[in-house]
Design a protein around this ligand. Sequence first.
Ligand code: GLC
Length: 288
Amino acid sequence: MEGALLWDEDHKEQYFKAVCDAGFDHVRLPLQFGGRKEDETNLTEEYFQAVEGLIEISLRHGLIPVVDMHGYQGINKDPYRFKSDFLHAWEVVADRFKDCDGRVLFEVLNEPSEELTADIWNEFLNEALPIIRKSNPDRTLVVGTACCNTIENLQNLVIPEDDRNLLITVHDYTPMEFTHQGANWCDPPFPKNIAWTGSPEEKQVLIDHLDLAAAWAKEHDRKLWLGEFGAFGEGEMTCRCNWTSFMVQLCEERDIAWCYWEFYYGFGAYDVANDCWQQPLLNALISK
Ligand code: GLC
């Protein structure tokens, strides 16, 4: 499975068409049901209709949408303060979208992190799953690991053994010094002009990571989805492309589905100003 990503504002039909025409087969929709500020939710009919529109456009273009609970404000900093809001959000969202196409996936939470530790995340997740399952018994649900969906945290993930319809998601931006150079949301920021040359040593780090993930998936008999990977636009394009195509190769060799982060912002594979793909990056992702 191959994928691309679109933020909620960018639901222009032409972008979905471009994603489909390029050869991707799913889109991850990072949605802010949790609102843009703490103590705010987007559990409104207006927002739901916008999401419904995104789901419809995706399916119309043959793309399977992943409804991703992204940017849930506050939960990582003060988990117990937001626990009931989060569970309530899923009760409402799952019920509202229970009749949508059976291929649509729900992703429980993007990148649990900070104070939302592995133990607390396991607790929240295992309370959220039965809530979602009440209205969506047959839907594939995407669940991720703690510490920003890191591969190393697969071993800490606790999931119901008898729910076989879970897709396990991890994110990988290794090495951060390269993929996040110049990214202003990293504190302290990573310096610029860091190359990824594809040396045997550099490649081995990525191989070890993906091997760890694949071994976990085999042992637990679960399907894996690399739901985010990408190299920020401050890096040199040839390095970004080499890194990206190597990640794709590693995933495909290990039967790990993948989804590039992201469509047209800082990591963007699409050049929205000129309305065309960043062709070298697209080639790195999709070899036709
Ligand atoms: C996470 C964040 C997103 C960021 C990405 C790469 O998904 O939610 O804002 O761009 O990781 O760092």
